[in-house]
Design a protein around this ligand. Structure first.
Ligand code: SF4
Length: 364
């Protein structure tokens, strides 16, 4: 998952249900589900929300993917995206799941870093099966911002192959415009960096200019009506990275029992969406009411800095401290989003002075 605001495909909408879909009471409906198929990636980008890296191991099974897809189709979800980490590291499983989703009538998109696009011909070989199933969007990452004089040949090869195959493609220009010498491939509409996950730890301190008491809104996610949510190998339905609405595999708050990881709850998605209320769920309700500053105040968290890069920077600091103190573990999840799977603990929030039992949400 790249650390930037997403444009069209993440726009927030409520959906009109098809006639055959579930019509019972649901407080929350989703248009899209984004699968964090694996947290493994060929890179460990500084702007990654979910601490993806070559060392990350957790990967969704085909049974987990198809189980959620079946539930999503019943609930009127219109589209699924496969992302990560790098989803093509689980190529065969993603392809099978994408076919399954198309058979259930869902639109399918994919996000990739193009590591596999060693030439236009090779890229076409990778992409042809996805073209055949009718991939609706292929979002490809540019690294122009992060690597000076970045070699974007893989990106160029992937774009050329996708065009040949008729796959709608967009280039994710994060932090800087990209130019790969393909007319019309890059829009120049640059996504701003948001300081969540690894970006909050590694990038944000160099861009901090705002006092914490000014960060009183959540400007990037509609937590009350989340039009799309992410789900990964842990089953947490994330309304923002590291903020869980509930665990789909468990059919309630996680973590799920081992047997539910192997065989997810058959109605877990509906149960989680039925129960989700942003105005009552701990942590979420504080962010909705007063932004990250409101959350910090409600839990008694003293900001560790005089300046923050953005709302997400402070939000991540507070949540990481709560997680380290084992407060609200069902909401502040999964641990992957708080660097708990980093081999050397390098992503630690530095929050080990936090202890459970303080004021505010989940304190009792
Ligand atoms: S302020 Fe918090 S909840 Fe809102 S988008 Fe940023 S990290 Fe997510």
């Amino acid at each position: 998952m790249r650390g930037a605001r997403r444009r069209d495909r993440d726009s927030v909408h409520l959906v009109s249900l098809p006639a055959e879909a579930y019509t019972g009471r649901m407080s929350t409906r989703l248009e899209g589900i984004h699968f964090l198929v694996t947290y493994r990636c060929t890179y460990a980008c500084e702007h990654c929300f979910v601490w993806g890296s070559p060392d990350a191991e957790a990967t969704m099974t085909l049974a987990q993917l198809t189980g959620v897809i079946d539930q999503a189709a019943r609930l009127g979800v219109a589209q699924v995206y496969f992302e990560g980490g790098e989803p093509t590291l689980a190529y065969a499983v993603v392809l099978a799941a994408a076919r399954h989703a198309r058979a259930r009538g869902l639109d399918v998109g994919m996000v990739s870093n193009c590591y596999w696009a060693t030439s236009p011909d090779d890229a076409a070989a990778w992409l042809a099966p996805f073209a055949e199933l009718g991939l609706a969007d292929l979002s490809l990452s540019s690294y122009a911002y992060f690597v000076e004089d970045a070699d974007e040949e893989h990106l160029r090869a992937a774009v050329l192959a996708a065009r040949t195959l008729g796959i709608p493609t967009s280039v994710l220009e994060v932090g800087a415009p990209a130019d790969i010498g393909v007319p019309g491939a890059c829009s120049g509409d640059v996504d701003e960096i948001m300081y969540r996950g690894r970006a909050a730890v590694l990038l944000a301190p160099d861009h901090a200019s705002r006092p914490p008491e000014s960060l009183v809104t959540c400007p990037h996610e509609d937590l009350v009506h989340p039009g799309r949510a992410h789900i990964g190998p842990d089953g947490e339905l994330q309304v923002c990275q590291g903020i869980s609405a509930g665990n789909v595999f468990a059919g309630g708050d996680g973590p799920p029992a081992p047997e539910r990881l192997a065989t997810p709850h058959p109605d877990g998605l509906r149960r989680v969406l039925d129960a989700y209320d942003a105005h009552t769920r701990p942590v979420v309700r504080e962010i909705v009411a007063g932004g990250p500053w409101g959350l910090a105040q409600s839990v008694g968290h003293a900001p560790r800095r005089a300046r923050y890069a953005d709302e997400c920077h402070l939000c991540y600091e507070v949540r990481a401290a709560l997680r380290a103190g084992r407060r609200c573990p069902a909401v502040i999840a999964p641990g992957q989003c708080y660097a708990e799977n980093e081999p050397d603990g390098s992503g630690s929030s530095g929050a080990d002075d936090e202890r459970p039992g303080g004021p505010g949400p989940c304190s009792s």
